[in-house]
Design a protein around this ligand. Sequence first.
Ligand SMILES: O=P(O)(O)OC[C@H]1O[C@H](OP(=O)(O)OP(=O)(O)O)[C@H](O)[C@@H]1O
Ligand SMILES: Nc1ncnc2[nH]cnc12
Length: 175
Amino acid sequence: MDRLVVDVPDFPEPGVVFKDITPLLADPEGFAAVVAALADAGRDADGTVVVDKVVGMEARGFILGAPAALALGVGFVPVRKAGKLPGDVHAVSYDLEYGQATLEVHCHAIAPGERVLLVDDVLATGGTVAATRDLVAACGAVTTGVAVLMELSFLPGRATIGAGGELDVTALSTV
Ligand SMILES: O=P(O)(O)OC[C@H]1O[C@H](OP(=O)(O)OP(=O)(O)O)[C@H](O)[C@@H]1O
Ligand SMILES: Nc1ncnc2[nH]cnc12
């Protein structure tokens, strides 16, 4: 997988090394392998599916999360940047490695008590995951797992989201 993710220095701003996953998405075998591995985070050791929904965060979390949901046979819920969802929403603002944003989810997209797997490409500061977990909680549901392609270990993402404890974090690669 690593050879299909390209480092782009100083994008989108000086000092950031951007992890470009578009070559991976263009490789059908690599793409299928990472989707299968991300979906495995929604199964227990016996292979039983243990989540009710997969949530993907706009935009790259859609590309990876939607096929992972299909692989698990559960519904997919998009968490979108502000102003894109037409129904009633819960909203949370947060910081990321290169800016600030607001994420939203439809209030009724996740039922109270449901177990949720978050899927995204990169865990950096953890701001996106932490905000999304808050949105899931606002729906009355619980985030039981997070699955990402890459974790940037020089940033405090794991600490920010409280990995360990009740939150199971799977990173296919750590850089
Ligand atoms: O751990 P964090 O510091 O929050 O960073 C990780 C997030 O940043 C990127 O998304 P971005 O907001 O750039 O959106 P995009 O997928 O639309 O490019 C990436 O896809 C993650 O969602
Ligand atoms: N360095 C990075 N590359 C790609 N996506 C990111 N999201 C946050 N930091 C990122």
